[in-house]
Design a protein around this ligand. Sequence first.
Ligand code: UD1
Ligand code: PEP
Length: 443
Amino acid sequence: MSKIIVRGGNRLTGKVKISGAKNAVLPIIAASILGEEGSSVIHEAPALDDVVTITRVLQALGIDLTYHNETITVNASNIKSVEAPYELVRKMRASFLVLGPLLARVGRAKIPLPGGCAIGTRPIDQHLKGFEAMGAEISLGQGYIDAKVDGRLIGAKIYLDVASVGATENIMMAASLAKGTTVIENAAKEPEIVDLANYLNAMGAKVRGAGTGVIRIEGVERLKGVVHSVIPDRIEAGTYMMAAAITGGDVYIDGAISDHLKPVISKMQEMGVNVVEDENGIRVFVPKDRTLKAVDVKTLPYPGFPTDMQAQMMALLTVSDGTSVLTETVFENRFMHVAELKNMNAQIKVEGHTAIISGNSRLTGAKVCATDLRAGAALIIAALAAEGETEISDIHHIDRGYIQICEKLRALGASVRRAESEVEKAAEVIEAPILKPIQPSWA
Ligand SMILES: CC(=O)N[C@H]1[C@@H](OP(=O)(O)OP(=O)(O)OC[C@H]2O[C@@H](n3ccc(=O)[nH]c3=O)[C@H](O)[C@@H]2O)O[C@H](CO)[C@@H](O)[C@@H]1O
Ligand SMILES: C=C(OP(=O)(O)O)C(=O)O
């Protein structure tokens, strides 16, 4: 099994470049399915495992796609299958985002129930409610969602019971090619939704209000490929901010958009971390001899404190002065890192959705397991401050969301390396079958 091995105690200094956002590039790749004419060229697409997986999903649909040097070129003028392979979709949640675009483009999609991090039950009822309101017929059998529409989807008014990021994106994409206007109420407001709306609008869609709670989409007849650069990853940026702080370091987070990180910046400042924002990035530093203070944190949909930063924040709180209360309100099972942090001598008690962290821990290196993506990031952060060596296993979770994390940390002065397993290095190859183009039922 591959591992990341960290020797703690080094102060991080220097500059780290932030890559394109995983949670923006994934829906943008899915949205490319909507382009009937020309190619889309997507820049700043980091070669994360999740990004590679979704590109393979598109290839399995018979879509022409190439991926070189963080640039993806997609030509979806021909779609040859409406069925996404189980072996790919089970690996990640966001692969379900191909359902809306396929349904809108060719009137049919057969997608396995999605996999991804086991941080909660993660239902897809809000996605399906949206598609049904737009006239789709949905059936579920043998682990697959089969969605059909006779003719085009019809614009509808859809109120989301929860402000789901994925449901907002899936419905927004489907609505772009529907007949008439769709209004999504209680829509998610994350920056990744705005990036997707910008991409769709460049393709010729008419999406208004992305970034607010009400998004209005006027359907158009057809969309075309465009050139787009993905926004920087606010969660990757936040992770390096925590890494800098826990080591008492001084790091410039190059490319981070501070507007996207306000709740993280504000909590870190409350703890006593110095954070200086400018138009190109964020400098994070802890003055010598400053002790960081405990704070209370509650995760919320954007613009609240991101659930995807909860685990990393917890790692930082274990060494801060005093008791912190951290409440997770977005996912019901997102404290799996607690047991692992406790193995490193952290003092944490969980009561329902709340973790009570007694600070001032002297973290010690241990053998620990990355139970999910951000849990893995939290363990690396804790390990940077721990005494001795920490060995983190199950790092395939970390590879879903962090590109070259060991290289980036080493460049900042950390002692961190990967120990690769030969078995995992033999990449799984899933060949796309040879298929014929599909015509929509109304063509
Ligand atoms: C690829 C991607 O962008 N992933 C992000 C996206 O995940 P994802 O889009 O899956 O997260 P959602 O916003 O949909 O989930 C938020 C909450 O809504 C619930 N829910 C969701 C859909 C649904 O149909 N019914 C329902 O009840 C979920 O169980 C969860 O409790 O947003 C999450 C919340 O910011 C982030 O943690 C993930 O990193
Ligand atoms: C939970 C996450 O991702 P996903 O929704 O892809 O599982 C994440 O990025 O932290």
